[in-house]
Design a protein around this ligand. Structure first.
Ligand SMILES: NC(=O)c1ccc[n+]([C@@H]2O[C@H](COP(=O)([O-])OP(=O)(O)OC[C@H]3O[C@@H](n4cnc5c(N)ncnc54)[C@H](OP(=O)(O)O)[C@@H]3O)[C@@H](O)[C@H]2O)c1
Length: 289
């Protein structure tokens, strides 16, 4: 049974392949990458796979039983790109597609949801067996701002009271591996999120506690937060989208208490405090290394 992984050079794809290598023979893992040189260190077979070059897709899926389609990263292009991948999987005779979707994709108020819901519909209409992994937010979406918060002296956002059930990327990767290597997941849709929700003021308090500095959370109106992000170099449309996600979060879009993620991986999800610890250690290592 050969398993192929798209987005193999990305953060999630790398974690999936690392974990998969401990569970199945290396010869049964294929990394799909648009830039194969970036995948050379993965230690498994690499095949060229570019969503925007449809001619690369079907040949790369020859002999593949299960495809993990890690959602593409360019907003607005993804439904089209995923449609090409699903068509290629159909013609290559792939038996099952496991897709990394979004928490409550069909009803979510997050602007991102439409492309995920459309992709799920495309996969279901293809007749290929499927499992939907509706991933909630990565904790790394926030810990990635810790360096900036320490420099600027405050943690910024527009999601003041939002309860965020995030989990570490590694937790979502483990769930993907559990589904890729386990039985009984065909036709299932999993809502995946962290066990314990937290708020941005709580994250700032945890950062303050662990760093020994006072880093308050400062809540900004959506437009002001988008402007701050744009000033920091985030492309304007992405900055607006990020601020909008905070507003959706404040309406509950990132909260979940189904515990399906910890059930799939067989242990509690990574607590936010642990992710803060790991981020501070990595920042210290970068400064001293
Ligand atoms: N749940 C969340 O909080 C959250 C947060 C961010 C993103 N996401 C979604 O989850 C996905 C995985 O997350 P991540 O952190 O691993 O993202 P990431 O590090 O940005 O990885 C994205 C992967 O997609 C590949 N890719 C992009 N365009 C492609 C194309 N045209 N053809 C083939 N491959 C292409 C990239 O290849 P290159 O290495 O060549 O660029 C990379 O391997 C993201 O793509 C996004 O859809 C979820």
């Amino acid at each position: 049974m050969t398993i192929a992984i798209t987005g193999a050079t990305g953060h999630l794809g790398r974690l999936v392949i690392d974990s998969l290598k401990t569970r199945v023979p290396m010869g049964q893992i294929v990394a799909l990458a648009r830039s194969p040189e970036k995948a050379a260190d993965l230690g498994v077979e690499v095949r060229v796979f570019d969503y925007d070059r449809p001619a690369t897709l079907t040949p790369a899926l020859a002999g593949i039983d299960t495809l993990l389609l890690i959602s593409a990263s360019e907003l607005g292009k993804r439904a089209r790109q995923h449609r090409s991948v699903v068509a290629a999987a159909q013609s290559a005779g792939v038996r099952r597609i496991v897709y990394t979707s979004l928490l409550r994709a069909e009803t979510s108020s997050l602007g991102l949801a439409a492309e995920h819901a459309e992709t799920e519909a495309i996969i279901k209409a293809s007749g290929v067996q499927f499992t939907m992994l509706r991933n909630g937010w990565y904790t790394e979406n926030y810990t990635g701002s810790i360096g900036g918060a320490l420099t600027g002296g405050a943690f910024l956002g527009s999601a003041n009271g939002a309860r965020i059930s995030s989990a570490a990327r590694a937790d979502y990767a483990e769930a993907a591996v559990a589904v890729l290597t386990g039985a009984g997941h065909d036709g299932k849709t999993y809502e995946l999120a962290g066990d314990t929700a937290w708020t941005l003021p709580e994250l700032a308090a945890e950062l303050s506690r662990q760093s020994g500095r006072t880093i308050p959370y400062r809540d900004l109106p959506e437009a002001d937060y988008a402007a701050v992000l744009a000033e920091a170099g985030v492309p304007k449309d992405v900055a607006q989208a990020i601020a909008g996600w905070d507003v959706a979060a404040a309406q509950g879009a990132l909260f979940d208490e189904s515990h399906q993620l910890s059930a799939l991986i067989g242990h509690p999800t990574t607590p936010m405090a642990q992710s803060v610890t790991e981020t501070l250690a990595a920042l210290t290592a970068t400064r001293t290394g």
